[in-house]
Design a protein around this ligand. Structure first.
Ligand code: P6P
Length: 336
C-alpha cells in the first residue's frame, strides 16, 4: 500500500517548485484546506441541524441564499482572515470585496476569490455541491489597502485555483500552474490525502453536460452541436452543480456547456468565481475552456466582480468540435 501523502505534506514539498516561494502560498492553501474540512463537517450533517432551507435572503445575483451558503461563506472568510497570508477576499455571496486590515495580512501579497458553496440549490435534496477558489497576486501598491483591480485580473494571472467537491467523498482538487492533483478527505484522520496524481483530462469522452431544458432557447449553432452529441449517442449528465458536472468531465472526459439564453443573454455562470478558476484547472489538465462566442475564458477582460459569461469547457477534441459547429452554423458575423 502506498504511503499516505497528506495535502499539507504535498503543498510543502511542492513549495520547492517555486525558488522564490516564501511559504505564504503554502500557508494560504493549507488554510483553505482547513476551511474545506469545516464546511464539509456541516455539509455532511446539513439534514440534522437547522441550516437547511433558504435563508430568506438573496445574493447579489438575485438568487435565494441557502443557510449553508452563509455558513460556508463565513467559515471561508474567518479562515482566510486568520491566515495572515491574504490581504483581500471577494466572495460570490458578497456585493463587494473585503480588504483584510490585520497587521499580519495587509502586507501579504495574495487575494482570494471564491464561491463558497456552488450548486447550493441541491443542498436540500442531498445532491453534491462544491466550493471554488482562485488565488491572485495583488497588483496594487503593497503599502496601501487592496483595490478592486486586484480582483479584476484575467484568469491567466491566477497563481492557483481549486475546488472542493462535497460528494460521496470529499475531494479537494487544485493546481498552482504545474499540473492538477486531487486529495480525498479521510475522516478517520481528518486529513486530505493524495488520491488523484497529475490529473489529465481525456482528449474526448462519452459525456456531454448541458441543461437540456433550455434547448429551444439556445442559439441554432449550440442546438446543432447538442444534436451532434446526441447523434453520437453520448450520455447526457447534468447535475446543476458546476463543480460536480465539471469534475465528471475532468475525470472521464466530455464537454460542459452553459450557453446564452433569453434569461441570461450574457450567460449565467460567473467569470471571477466559477469560470476562471475551473478553466484554469481544466487547462492545466490538458483541456480547453472557451465562451460560446469562441473566446478563451482565461483571456477575457474582467469588467466587474459579478460578470457572467457563456462557457464550453472540457476535452480538447470536443471543445474544438463545438467551435467548428459555431463557426459553421452561427448566424452572427464570422468570429475572429
Ligand atoms: P441551471 C448553480 O446555481 C450554478 O451556478 C452552477 O453550479 C450550475 O452549473 C448552474 O448554476 C445551474 O444552472 O440554470 O441549469 O439551474
Amino acid at each position: 500500500m502506498n504511503r499516505i501523502i497528506t495535502l499539507d505534506e504535498f503543498i510543502i514539498r511542492r513549495q520547492k517548485d517555486f525558488p522564490y516561494a516564501s511559504g505564504e502560498l503554502t500557508g494560504l492553501l493549507r488554510d483553505i484546506g482547513v476551511a474545506a474540512k469545516i464546511v464539509n463537517r456541516e455539509v455532511n450533517k446539513a439534514g440534522l441541524v437547522s441550516i437547511l432551507g433558504k435563508a430568506g435572503t438573496e445574493n447579489v445575483s438575485g438568487e435565494a441564499v441557502q443557510k449553508l451558503d452563509l455558513y460556508a461563506n463565513e467559515k471561508l472568510i474567518d479562515c482566510l482572515k486568520n491566515s495572515g497570508e491574504c490581504c483581500g477576499i471577494a466572495s460570490e455571496e458578497l456585493e463587494d470585496f473585503i480588504p483584510i486590515q490585520s497587521v499580519a495580512s495587509k502586507t501579504s501579497k495574495y487575494v482570494v476569490v471564491f464561491d463558497p458553496l456552488d450548486g447550493s440549490s441541491n443542498i436540500d435534496v442531498n445532491v453534491s455541491v462544491g466550493t471554488i477558489f482562485g488565488i491572485y497576486r495583488r497588483i496594487s501598491d503593497p503599502e496601501g489597502p487592496v483595490h478592486l483591480e486586484d480582483f479584476l485580473q484575467k484568469g491567466t494571472e491566477l497563481v492557483a485555483a481549486g475546488y472542493v467537491l462535497y460528494g460521496t467523498s470529499t475531494l479537494l482538487v487544485y493546481s498552482t500552474g504545474r499540473g492538477v492533483n486531487g486529495f480525498t478527505l479521510d475522516p478517520s484522520i481528518g486529513e486530505f490525502c493524495l488520491s488523484h496524481t497529475d490529473m489529465k483530462i481525456p482528449d474526448r469522452g462519452n459525456y456531454y453536460s448541458v441543461n437540456q431544458g433550455y434547448y429551444l432557447k439556445f442559439d441554432v449553432e449550440m442546438r446543432r452541436y447538442i444534436d451532434h452529441c446526441s447523434d453520437l449517442n453520448l450520455r447526457l449528465r447534468y447535475i446543476g452543480s458546476m463543480v460536480s458536472d465539471i469534475h465528471r468531465i475532468l475525470f472521464q472526459g466530455g464537454i460542459f456547456m452553459y450557453p446564452n439564453t433569453r434569461k441570461y443573454p450574457q450567460g449565467k455562470l460567473r467569470l471571477v468565481y466559477e469560470c476562471n478558476p475551473l478553466s484554469f484547472i481544466v487547462e492545466q489538465a490538458g483541456g480547453k475552456a472557451i465562451t460560446c462566442q469562441l473566446e478563451r475564458v482565461l483571456e477575457l477582460p474582467v469588467e466587474h466582480l459579478h460578470q457572467r459569461i457563456t462557457i464550453a469547457i472540457g476535452s480538447p477534441a470536443m471543445v474544438e468540435e463545438m467551435k467548428e459547429f459555431v463557426e459553421r452554423y452561427s448566424a452572427a458575423p464570422t468570429f475572429k
